[in-house]
Design a protein around this ligand. Structure first.
Ligand code: NDP
Ligand code: MG
Length: 384
């Protein structure tokens, strides 16, 4: 069997580095073909020297020379800039593109990869939130598969294997509840960046960690699930499960429910997405029931964690609303991380943008791009 050639967009991040661990542990199954980073040149160089890809891309063009000076003599091609990132995915040798970059920046490279007929292992949920209809239609037209990396969606996908003929009645996406579970609005008004960056069960990049604390991450995942699994809005439910052992649940039309379980470790869904349909052996730590004698479940508090309600509202309205939600959230999270606004103000910015940016029922790519630009302008204005 030939090893699959993998391109990792965002190899220097949390998902990217874990994907490289998975690949390194399975050299017969995977080979690294392309690595990309935004600006972390030193880590990109170190990864390239270890994994010997054919090419690397750095978005920050000022780092090109620095990287090329080291990698040129190793016969590794170096490219720089956003356009290079968008185009590298069409390289002939790539079998699977792992989209592990964060935010809206993932949209165009993902669309280009689909257009070039590459299968997608999708971590970059923002791409489906922004333009899920467009992306899934393009994948269908090209016969390209989108394998979910997000743990909840990987869980649903794993439950669906062997059930392709059986319609889904409902799915339950599990949510840990984040570091502020049980808190009220008064408490949330006072929480700090350091507290928000401490997730109880997962170690992740800064943006998704803040999204997890505000429950926006679960809102984005509801929208992601709709497009990945072709669901109606009312078929998607969220249930808080603080132990993060049950990664999500599918309910079928006969009432049977299937869940996928395991210790919280992103390496498993990453490996499943790039290794599908095989389950490759791993030495990841195994779950022990007696370490978790109680698995508990509760309703999410959408009144206190308004972002989750705003995401459901955006999904209900459809069109470019999820794109507005995403852009406003990206600006708000960045502002929170730079101490420009408080935790609760993130929801104010998002709600204001949802109420004021122009609505388009069935946007094309250019209109999604306009929506993103306009929403960012508006959100930055609001923050001042
Ligand atoms: P990180 O912030 O850890 O890593 C982001 C990666 O993307 C880095 O390689 C970064 O490069 C690169 N990058 C950042 N901004 C840009 C940009 N504008 N253009 C090109 N490249 C960019 O993020 P995570 O790994 O945590 O998350 C990646 C994606 O996976 C997100 O969409 C997230 O929602 C999703 N996800 C993550 C999970 C996790 O456990 N971390 C779980 C489920 C989903 P550089 O290092 O140079 O800045
Ligand atoms: Mg998730």
């Amino acid at each position: 069997m030939k090893a699959k050639n993998i391109a990792i967009l965002g190899s220097t991040g949390s998902i990217g580095t874990q994907a490289l661990e998975v690949i390194q542990a399975n050299p017969k199954h995977f080979k690294v073909e392309v690595l990309t980073a935004n600006s972390n040149a030193d880590l990109l160089i170190a990864q390239a020297l270890t994994h010997r890809p054919n090419a690397v891309v750095i978005c920050d063009e000022s780092k090109f020379q620095y990287i090329n000076d080291v990698l040129f003599e190793k016969d590794i091609k170096v490219y720089a800039g956003k356009d290079a990132l968008a185009q590298i995915v069409a390289m002939e040798e790539i079998d699977v593109v792992l989209t592990a970059l964060v935010g809206y920046a993932g949209l165009v490279p993902t669309l280009n990869a689909i257009d070039a007929g590459k299968h997608i292992a999708l971590a970059n949920k923002e791409t489906l939130v922004v333009a899920g209809e467009l992306v899934t239609a393009a994948a269908k037209a090209k016969g390209v598969n989108i394998y979910p990396v997000d743990s909840e969606h990987s869980a649903i996908f794993q439950c669906l294997v062997g059930e392709w003929e059986n319609p889904i009645e409902k799915i339950y996406l599990t949510a840990s509840g984040g570091p502020f579970r049980g808190k009220n609005q008064e408490d949330l008004a006072k929480v700090t960046k350091a507290q928000a960056l401490k997730h109880p069960n997962w170690e992740m990049g800064a943006k998704i960690t803040i999204d997890s604390a505000s429950l926006m991450n679960k809102g984005l995942e509801v929208i992601e699930a709709k497009w990945l699994f072709g669901l109606k809005n009312e078929q998607i439910d969220v249930i808080v499960h603080p132990q993060s052992i049950v990664h999500s649940i599918v309910q079928f039309q006969d009432g049977s429910m299937k869940a996928q379980m395991g210790l919280p470790d992103m390496k498993l869904p990453i490996q499943y997405a790039i290794g599908y349909p095989k389950r490759l052996p791993s030495d990841f730590p195994r779950f022990n029931f007696l370490d978790y004698p109680t698995l508990s479940f509760e309703q999410p508090d959408k009144k206190t964690f308004r972002n989750l309600q705003l995401a459901f509202d955006a999904l209900e309205k459809g069109g470019n609303m999820p794109c507005i939600l995403n852009a406003a959230n990206e600006v708000a999270v960045d502002a929170f991380l730079h101490d420009k606004i408080g935790f609760l103000e993130m929801s104010d910015v998002i709600e204001n943008c949802l109420n004021s940016v122009f609505f388009i029922k069935t946007p094309n790519l250019a209109q999604y791009q306009e929506t993103d630009t306009e929403t960012r302008r508006k959100a930055i204005d609001l923050i001042g």
